[in-house]
Design a protein around this ligand. Structure first.
Ligand SMILES: [Zn+2]
Length: 438
């Protein structure tokens, strides 16, 4: 007999009443408890300015957190009777939307709307976005990810559409069709993640668990999990000790680039400049050891919330961390297109402000400021804004900053610099010289 123990089983709660999601999990050997959230989806969407990927993520997060907050005592008792009694249930929230011709469609609800949408979808293709949010019901530690798949829909006659609407199936599913039900014959091709189209991507769930140091086999209900010792990272995610309550868009996102990033709705930072005794200086923050990327120097910033533009989020985070009132910041407008025109270097894009607002109205419209450096990973982005600051402004670091200090832009940057910021240092210096030469 092997002496290596089995990994502990983890109870799962699915925050959805979708039969397709439940069947997907059942077929994969996972029988979750079901608890449906009470959130008002329309109300949440009203405050969100994000693209489709952000919208499905915001809804998935809201549903899962609502269920985690109001978890039935029965579920907790069930969890306590589980083979690993100290492990709180994980709650999984999902939400899907179909994007066709730039429009986002959730559930149609009425036959009239379903008929109209199916006519627009007939012979067309769309992108199905599915947001996934996994949260520890006790600590509220979380991880999220979005799957995307392109769906090609066969031409449908009016008679086919009427007959399909009459089955009732399309009324209560995202995008007005199912790929695994009566609508299946009309889906000609799926490019990308098939499971995501059903409403829950199993490979993405596996990846999310791996990213937290866990194994999908730990969710199996009637089979033994894999053998092994759970890593420190895995125990940390299962730790029931409650963390500081956070805002909804705080948390880690598993990005298509293979890394985890902070901020479900993206993140942003403020590169504050001043002229001091003839020299241009930048304000840098030494992040507190406990914070994200603690112990490294970076510009103050953080997660943008769903209802904020990138600049509003960056400026709020900057103010919280530096004590500098955001009304003192003068955003720099990159008008000189010779310097600021679109110029790709790796995944860093120099910005032409007009084009940018057109491309990402969710992030940049309705704000005076445009970022000087953008890291755009699709589902996640980081916007850096250059602003000028009064020379004598007082700094009051909060507990996320070990130190805040002005550094000469022409001198050596402090060490260790945050890795992603280290790559953009050169661009920021160029922008700083240009911004302060006026
Ligand atoms: Zn990424």
């Amino acid at each position: 007999m092997s002496e290596i123990p089995y990994l502990p089983q983890i109870p799962l709660v699915l925050a959805s009443k979708s039969p397709a999601r439940l069947k997907t999990l059942h077929d994969a050997g996972i029988r979750p408890a079901i608890q449906v959230s009470q959130v008002d989806e329309d109300e949440i969407l009203r405050d969100i300015r994000a693209l489709p990927a952000g919208q499905v993520l915001a809804l998935a997060a809201a549903k899962a957190r609502d269920v985690a907050t109001h978890l039935d005592s029965a579920q907790i008792v069930e969890a306590e009777n589980s083979p690993a009694p100290n492990i709180p249930p994980l709650v999984l929230g999902c939400d899907s939307m179909l994007e066709i011709d730039g429009k986002i469609w959730g559930k149609p609800h009425t036959p009239e709307v379903a008929r109209e949408r199916l006519r627009a979808m007939s012979g067309n293709s769309g992108i199905l976005h599915t947001g996934h949010y996994l949260v520890n019901s006790a600590s509220f530690a979380s991880l999220s990810a979005v799957s995307h798949a392109t769906v090609h829909i066969a031409p449908m006659s009016d008679a086919d559409i009427d007959a399909y609407v009459a089955t009732g199936e399309p009324l209560h599913v995202a995008g007005s069709f199912t790929v695994d039900g009566i609508g299946g014959p009309f889906i000609e091709e799926v490019e990308g993640d098939y499971h995501g189209v059903v409403g829950l991507s199993l490979p993405l769930l596996r990846t999310m668990l791996e990213e937290t140091g866990l194994s999908i086999t730990q969710l199996w209900t009637d089979h033994c999990p894999a053998r092994g010792n759970l890593s420190e990272k895995g125990w940390a995610f299962l730790d029931p000790k409650r963390r500081v309550p956070r805002q909804l868009a705080d948390g880690f996102l598993v990005c298509a680039c293979g890394h985890q990033h902070w901020g479900l709705s993206g993140a942003g930072g403020i590169c504050a400049l001043r002229k001091h005794e003839g020299r241009v200086q930048v304000l840098l923050q030494l992040r507190a050891p406990w914070s994200h990327s603690g112990g490294t120097w970076a510009i103050p910033g953080g997660a943008v919330q769903w209802n904020e533009s990138a600049f509003e989020g960056a400026a709020r985070e900057f103010s919280e961390e530096s004590g500098i009132d955001s009304s003192l910041l003068r955003p720099y407008h990159p008008e000189n297109t010779a310097l600021m025109g679109i110029e790709e270097t790796g995944d860093i894009t120099y910005i032409d402000s007009g084009e940018l607002i057109e491309q990402r109205p969710d992030l940049y419209a309705k704000t005076e400021a445009t970022p000087c450096v953008l890291l755009d990973h699709g589902d996640w982005s980081y916007s850096t804004f250059v602003v000028s600051c009064p020379d004598d402004v007082e700094i009051r670091p909060n507990n996320e900053s070990s130190l805040l200090q002005w550094f000469d832009i022409e001198g050596e940057p402090p060490s260790p610099l945050h890795p992603s910021f280290a790559r953009t240092w050169f661009h920021l210096r160029e922008n700083a010289r240009h911004a302060m030469s006026h």
